[in-house]
Design a protein around this ligand. Sequence first.
Ligand SMILES: [Zn+2]
Length: 254
Amino acid sequence: MSEFGLDLLAVGPHPDDVELFCGGTLIRAAELGHSTGVLDLTRGERATHGTPDERARESAAAAEVMGLKRRENLGLPDAGLDPAAPEQVAAVVQALRRIRPEIVLIPWIEDRHPDHEAAAALLLRATFLAGLARYPDGAGAAAPFVPRQVLHYALRHRMTPSFVVDTSAAAARKAAAIACHASQVAPPAGGAPTLIGSSGALAAIEARDRYYGSLIGVAHGEPLRAVATPGLADPVRHFRDNPFAGAHAFEPRR
Ligand SMILES: [Zn+2]
């Protein structure tokens, strides 16, 4: 048995964040034959629209669209994520030790939503502490676990990426996965306004993917930033196999 239980796990603060901000990466990874999953930290119970039950159904539908092998929800408090809360750190550590993901995607450290920033800090703590044999104290703790790489994805605030994933082939399915979250992206007319439910919100996400794609010479892309500096054993072979933003990245004009 491999030391890893899943190839790629994305962790989201709320049930729609992964779809919006790194859904294309997950869809592409599954299409390339990797096992993928999502760990949602909260049920989004404090959102302006949608009930936790509705949002759980929307998440399950989106999981299907994205081709996930697994999706679970930790049920931590929405609008109450706190990296200083020992029970929240322990809950994430236990989830990581149970799922054993090879690569983990976590939010970037700066964002407009305090839960998103708290999730980043919580995940940075948990991905480190999961590897400590003596964390937490007491019997019954799962075996220590260290993922191969931890990568930040960008939410609302811009970050300088370590690299951009070509998600062009996943663009239509990403839009379909986002559309599953109808309570958020298509709230009832006349209801309280939200950013994600506003007109133009989805076009803005698409525009952002096109911007990051343009950095590597493809139609759509999603930025990722490594927590630890990525190393290359053979830079010649690496760039030979990944000729993005080179002279031939875009399809030639016909
Ligand atoms: Zn969120």
